[in-house]
Design a protein around this ligand. Structure first.
Ligand code: ADP
Ligand code: MG
Length: 689
């Protein structure tokens, strides 16, 4: 088959030897197919030559003219070729080639050629050095709309263009395999893959390029969305899950010492009706730090327990799991419900008894890290699975947990305020509840940027003065550093160094150091002491980023603010301002970079997580926010989740239609699409189809 050729190694091309092969493969290009998926970064319109007489500034030009005054000089080592080119406008440019033994033979005096290259002024002359050229009548690739490829290390874009042309010569792209079913290409009005690639590498018109690009984005997003829906396995017809009297949530809520905010109430009633229906819940609760998501988890687990089912609650860190366990088990015990904790760092004996009790149905709620989804854990009657700070878990991990029971209700909670439009697509078929209103009486955290420069709005000394004042009042504080230890390479403050400095500065204050490389026991002891106000000041790395709840902490100092992303700063800041007291956040900036300053200023001006997320999106692009690390989505080559949101929506809809017609992609027409999905998701997609 012809397209087998595309799987051949690129060193079958003329001009690619060992060293180029190595360079290419360092950039994940090893086959001819990889190379044709390397797209031009831009195009040069060389359809119409510029009249030399009209050239009045330096730049890249396409000219066509006759070669005159050819002059070739050489010794055994070096050579230089000079000639003039005169065109129909009657004006001339001077052309020079160095080391031109080979070119000297190609250029004939008196013949007409096309030239493309940079024109510079040299002593009043227009001069071109080493232009691209071809005979004027030839159908060469230097004329027309010419693709420009980025260099790959030492391999120039021009060489790459030549290699791609070679591929086209041996194996016309027409034969590249199509993976989107034809009926879909027709209804969606999208061109075939071969037409697209041909149009992108060898365009005749500009619209061909656009059509081609659209096709690649469409194809990638269709694969992404169909894959997502497959992973979630929800489009395989109706599923039935446990039916729970959701209204019992309100029994729990009514006994809380505070009233729910409007958005919390709305979310609670969403959850309540999800639980009551036979269709399993699949809901994302999105709410800013401190907006009160935990009570929603608690009240739903309460209702589920009252209906005789078990719940599993997963937190991203051991510290957080333990903290949730402590608070939740206290309240639940009062209602006669039993909680268990499962973390990797606990005695075998305790673990065993929790596992036994879970299996025997004696435990109503298990709280833990991903230890909860290890194979050893067996449930008696699992009815609800909750993950806190969902973005920390991959798609697969969530799926594994859901597999522990037949269609449990699933609820994911996140403080990462992903704009709704994107969330809808990224999380496919999840229903979404958003909590925007903050609990009453919550004071806005006062945020100030400080730098060591003289025009800083607040000095470091003043920051420390305020820190001391808060602690004197009995409050607690955090100092956050980007590094654990001093580094020779990175110029940033380390927690260890700051810890020493703080001890010298505040000899009378109880200070502790916390970082990720400490063993779990030590970390937990420190957190516990901080929680119980035995420690007043915690010097820490970002291990405290997620979800720690110490309402008495009112002040946070973040060192080297420039080293943190906006979303991360927002998370960090959310550790203070959790009680009724006025809280403060000081951002210490050690950089004059514009982005760093802009970021700090955004933090100063708003506390709305959604605005911060939008700004973050603008500053960093979606790659970082919706990075693989965060949600388990594969890397995309062509599409942008935010830029191509319209295509994303369209492909989501089509993906749904495809799966409605063929839930397992078993039909012949969908075979190629299915293998494309496997290719895109790689190891992350453990599809047993
Ligand atoms: P997050 O959404 O960040 O997980 P939490 O659930 O930890 O926030 O809630 C933060 C704090 O706010 C907790 O101490 C919680 O008891 C309290 N809280 C939650 N809802 C309300 C409310 N409606 N009114 C007052 N306090 C509330
Ligand atoms: Mg939380």
């Amino acid at each position: 088959m012809l397209n087998k050729m595309l799987s051949q190694s690129i060193d079958t091309l003329k001009g690619i030897g060992k060293s180029k092969m190595k360079t290419f493969s360092e950039h994940n290009i090893t086959t001819l197919r990889d190379l044709i998926l390397y797209l031009p970064k831009s195009y040069e319109d060389r359809r119409n030559p510029t009249a030399i007489r009209n050239i009045n500034s330096e730049g890249s030009y396409f000219v066509v003219g006759r070669v005159l005054n050819k002059n070739f000089k050489s010794n055994w080592k070096k050579s230089i070729l000079n000639f003039d080119v005169i065109d129909s406008s009657g004006a001339m440019i001077h052309v020079t080639f160095f080391n031109a033994f080979y070119i000297n033979n190609l250029i004939k005096e008196g013949k007409v050629y096309s030239f493309y290259g940079q024109i510079n002024y040299n002593l009043g002359w227009l001069q071109m050095i080493h232009p691209e050229f071809c005979e004027a009548e030839s159908e060469s690739d230097i004329r027309g709309i010419v693709p420009v490829y980025s260099n790959i290390s030492s391999i120039s874009g021009r060489q790459i263009r030549n290699f791609i042309k070679q591929i086209n010569d041996i194996d016309p792209l027409e034969y590249i395999e199509e993976w989107i079913p034809e009926s879909i290409l027709n209804t969606a009005n999208v061109c075939s893959i071969s037409y697209a690639l041909k149009g992108i590498h060898f365009p005749k018109t500009k619209s061909q390029i656009l059509e081609g690009r659209y096709r690649l984005i469409f194809g990638e997003l269709l694969t992404l969305e169909t894959g997502l829906l497959l992973i979630k396995g929800r489009s395989r017809g109706d599923k039935f899950g446990p039916v729970i009297t959701g209204e019992r949530m309100w029994d729990y809520i009514d006994k809380l010492p505070f009233e729910l905010t409007e958005d919390q109430k709305k979310a609670a009633s969403d959850i309540s009706s999800d639980l009551s229906s036979s269709r399993p819940m699949n809901r994302l609760i999105q709410g800013d730090v401190g907006s009160g998501k935990t009570v929603l988890a608690e009240s739903s687990m309460y209702a589920v327990a009252k209906a005789g089912y078990q719940s599993a609650f997963m937190a991203p860190t051991e510290i957080l799991a333990k903290q949730h366990y402590d608070t939740i088990s206290k309240t639940f015990n009062k209602y006669g419900l039993k909680c268990g904790l499962l973390v990797s760092n606990q005695s075998q004996k305790l673990k065993k008894s929790v596992l036994n009790d879970l299996k025997g149905g004696k435990i109503d709620v298990v709280i833990g890290t991903h230890a909860v989804i290890s194979d050893k854990v067996k449930f008696n009657k699992l009815g609800l699975v909750i993950t806190d700070e969902q973005h920390r878990f991959g798609v697969n991990q969530r799926r594994m947990l859901s597999e522990k029971s037949t269609n449990p209700n699933v609820m994911v909670m996140t403080a990462t305020p992903i704009p709704r439009t994107i969330a809808v697509v990224v999380f496919g078929d999840l229903d979404i509840s958003i909590i925007k209103t903050m609990p009453k009486g919550r004071k806005k955290i006062i945020t100030r940027v400080s730098s060591d420069s003289s025009n800083s709005k607040i000095s470091r000394d003043k920051v420390y003065e305020n820190l001391r004042e808060e602690i004197r009042k009995g409050r607690q504080g955090y100092v956050i550093a980007p590094l654990i230890d001093e580094s020779d390479v990175i110029d940033a403050n380390s927690a260890t160094k700051l810890f020493e400095e703080m001890q010298l500065k505040f000899p009378d204050i109880k200070i502790a150091l916390l970082h990720g490389e400490m063993n779990a026991e030590t970390k937990e002891k420190i957190m516990e002491d901080f929680y119980n106000n035995k420690i007043s000041l915690l010097v820490s790395t970002v291990v405290i980023e997620v979800g720690i709840n110490v309402p008495n902490a009112t002040v946070m100092v973040i060192e080297n603010t420039e080293r943190f992303g906006l979303a991360q700063l927002h998370q960090l800041r959310g550790r203070v301002g959790r009680g009724g007291d006025q809280s403060y956040c000081y951002l210490i900036l050690n950089s004059k970079s514009e982005t760093a300053i802009t970021r700090a200023e955004i933090m100063e001006s708003t506390s709305d997580g959604f605005i911060i997320a939008e700004e973050d999106l603008k500053l960093r692009g979606p790659g970082d926010i919706l990075g693989k690390r965060q949600h388990g989505l594969p890397d995309l080559m062509f599409a942008h989740l935010t830029k191509h949101i319209d295509v994303l929506k369209k492909t989501l809809q089509i993906a749904n239609e495809i799966l409605a017609d063929d839930p397992n992609l078993a039909k012949e027409k969908n075979k190629m699409l299915k293998s494309k999905i496997k290719e895109l998701y790689g190891d992350n997609l453990n599809l047993t189809l």
